[in-house]
Ligand binder design. Structure first.
Ligand SMILES: [Zn+2]
Length: 276
């Protein structure tokens, strides 16, 4: 049976801090949000899950769960200072299986069995992207609800386990929107363009920094309307969809990173929009 995400609200004033958590059962690949009550004398610093640290921005923290995280109980250790004394508070969470579907795809063989040159290129592009995602901008660009990058049918959800050409295994790291070549793509919220590039796997790619460790990505594009370093507004057309990179046909692949972790972009947007 599929376990539904229940919005559980936990209030704790017995243990020194008050907080609310969006969900204590989190599917792999999804995100939880913990909000803290602002109180005199208390400063929230960071939350730690196993060995990964998540910055608390003023009074909230995102806890993104990797797709590869196996179901288990985890402790979110909140580090805060109360009257200049360092303290911790443990918030238990449970990672549950996302129950993602499986699919088999056939793509151009050169995109699965890579030549030495392409391997080098893909690896260089990966390193460059990871460096971006692991950078947390102190600034927050977002102050209103996220929108969808286009109004179109979703053809593939986040998380599907994929087998390419019968051998290579991966998972679908974003949400696909049906889009014939040349469909305008809108930026889902305010931010700053941090990557505009034609890449091996993702083809024409744009990455937007929304601040506080949140990034959105737009792949397989045919035309760019923005430049790296440029500020963008929510709803602004950043370019046109296409069929570039490792694809089976034209579409927009839309994805999101939170504190370096690839997460279900639509679940993340739903979670954040409830607060905005
Ligand atoms: Zn995709």
């Amino acid at each position: 049976m599929r376990i539904l995400l229940l919005a559980l609200f936990l209030l704790s004033n017995l243990f020194g801090i008050r907080f609310e958590i969006s969900n204590t059962e989190i599917k792999n690949g999804q995100t939880a949000l913990i909000k803290f009550e602002k109180e005199d004398g208390i400063n929230y610093n960071y939350a730690k899950v196993e060995d990964k640290k998540y910055m608390i921005f003023s009074d909230y923290v995102f806890i993104p769960v990797s797709y590869y995280q196996k179901p288990k109980k985890l402790d979110v250790v909140v580090h805060y200072t109360k009257n200049n004394k360092e303290k911790t508070k443990i918030i238990p969470i449970k990672v549950v299986d996302g129950g993602y579907e499986k699919e088999t795809l056939k793509v151009d063989g050169s995109k699965v069995k890579l030549s030495k040159e392409n391997k080098k290129r893909a690896s260089k592009e990966y390193t460059e992207a990871i460096k971006i995602y692991n950078t947390t901008t102190d600034k927050n660009y977002v102050d209103s609800k996220f929108i969808m990058p286009m109004e179109s049918k979703i053809t593939s959800d986040f998380g599907r386990a994929r087998t390419f050409n019968g051998t290579f295994k991966s998972y679908h790291s974003g949400t696909d929107f049906r889009a014939k070549v040349g469909t305008p793509i809108r930026c889902v919220n305010d931010g700053k363009v941090v990557l505009v590039k034609d890449r091996f796997y993702s083809g024409g790619s744009i990455v937007v920094d929304h601040g506080h460790g949140v990034y959105t990505c737009y792949y397989h594009m045919s035309k760019f309307d923005v430049k790296k370093g440029q500020k963008v507004k929510k709803g602004e057309v950043i370019g046109l969809s296409g069929v570039s990179g490792r694809v089976t046909g034209p579409h927009l692949h839309f994805s999101a990173r939170v504190s370096g972790v690839q997460v279900d972009p639509l679940q993340f947007i739903k979670l954040v929009n409830k607060e905005l």
